[in-house]
Design a protein around this ligand. Structure first.
Ligand code: PMP
Length: 404
């Protein structure tokens, strides 16, 4: 069992007050808080071995290179990638998706089809629309159901040998639904399509095994996994990363440069042009080790208890509707109360020290499906408690009375 009090002591921000009240942080799906182990790792880097990597013969550069490459290995192990060269450091999920979308421009032709799901974040929609515009390919959308799940019959109907790429998130950020990615990958591979899974929301809760899933690309952001902002990971199968052209040109990604011709470096450097977020990468590795020390199974078990409790208690509130009622969910609850505006409820609970997100959560098609402008989204982490949920329930009830 997780020792929540001890864990909370690792997160300095959790002891601050907001608007005179102890902070209750329920916006973990937007960004997670940072434990002192990761903060210390960032301070240690800048205080003791800040240097540019890969090129230096001096000791500091070698120390920084070693720490950065160790972080790559930590990511390789966490996601069970076959080779560390398949792990590309990015600036985050959005960067990883754009890297792949841009690379596929030379592999997609007019008449080809690209499939996304109705449950995607805008960052897993817009780059593919741009790719379709560039190539003349058609975008197909896997429909969703009232429960906020993917309509798998719809998926099977749309899948054909015209399908070249399928993009789907592992977990929906707006609803928390865990999507059947294994089945999607298996079926897509039968028609020869490659699959990119957006793991941004899944990674803090579910440890994906990229080899067991046989996924072609898997992308995540460190800031949702208790690491810093501005860094993320793209896992890509070696065969695909070798096929795709570099995303950006510059230093670090070359083997030899002349004005006549440049040859590119091998993996992973081909996709890591310029000085990377060195400290961010190292701190990401530290965050991964923090999660592994807690145990991903224990995290999922505890967060599910919070989800079940909060769901049951919220549904006691008259007129409250939860969007996304799948049995397979991470600890995210999206809801509205009658026709009260989510923003008004969010503002009132903020005055009581509670951080939740309101709006369309960068997933407007989901809101359009439910014919609503947005929801209030509470998303939990392993450092949250039942007592905090009680504080939240009281605040929501109070907001409802004030606004009705
Ligand atoms: N996909 C999903 C499912 C997300 O939740 C997010 C972040 N809200 C993103 C992509 C984009 O991540 P980032 O902004 O870190 O690039």
């Amino acid at each position: 069992m997780l020792d929540i009090e001890r864990i909370r002591a690792d997160f300095p921000i959790l002891s601050r007050k907001v608007n005179g009240h102890p902070l209750v942080y329920f916006d973990n799906a937007a960004t997670s808080q940072t434990p002192k182990q990761v903060i210390d790792c960032i301070v240690d880097y800048y205080q003791n071995y800040n240097a540019n990597i890969h090129r230096g013969v001096h000791s500091l550069s070698q120390e920084a290179t070693e720490a950065y490459e160790d972080a790559r290995i930590a990511l390789q192990k966490f996601f069970n990638a076959g080779k560390k060269e398949e792990i590309i450091f990015t600036a985050g999920t959005t960067h990883g998706i754009n890297l792949v979308a841009s690379g596929f421009a030379s592999h997609i032709n007019e008449g080809d089809e690209i499939m996304v799901s109705a449950l995607e974040h805008h960052s897993n929609i817009v780059p593919w629309q741009m790719l379709c515009e560039k190539t003349g390919a058609k975008l197909r959308v896997i429909p969703m159901t009232e429960e906020g799940e993917l309509d798998m019959n719809g998926f099977h109907t749309l899948l054909s040998n015209k399908t070249k790429l399928v993009f789907v998130n592992h977990v929906s950020n707006a609803l928390g639904t865990i999507n059947p990615i294994k089945e999607i990958i298996e079926q897509a591979h039968k028609v020869g399509a490659a699959v990119l899974v957006d793991g941004a929301q899944a990674a803090p809760h579910i440890q994906a095994d990229v080899q067991a899933l046989d996924v072609d690309f898997y992308v995540v952001s460190a800031h949702k996994m208790y690491g810093p902002t501005g860094v993320g990971m793209l896992y890509g199968k070696e065969k695909w990363l070798n096929k795709l052209p570099p995303y950006q040109g510059g230093g670090e990604m070359i083997e030899e440069v002349t004005f006549e011709k440049t040859s590119y470096a091998g993996l992973p450097h081909k996709f890591e042009a310029g000085t990377p977020n060195i400290c961010g990468g190292i701190a990401f590795g530290c965050a991964i080790n923090y999660l592994l020390d807690l145990g991903m199974d224990k995290i999922a078990e505890y967060e599910d208890k919070l989800l079940q409790y909060a769901t049951k208690e919220l549904l006691e509130i008259d007129g409250l509707k939860i969007y996304g009622t799948s049995k397979k969910k991470t600890a995210v609850i999206s809801f509205n109360i009658e026709d009260l505006h989510p923003y008004d409820i969010g503002t009132i609970v903020d005055k009581l020290g509670i951080a939740v997100r309101t709006g369309h959560h960068c997933a407007q098609p989901i809101m359009d499906f439910y014919k609503i402008p947005g929801t209030i989204r509470a998303s939990f982490s392993f450092y949250n408690t039942k007592k905090e949920i009680d504080t939240f329930l009281n605040a929501v009830k109070r907001a409802k009375i004030m606004l009705s």
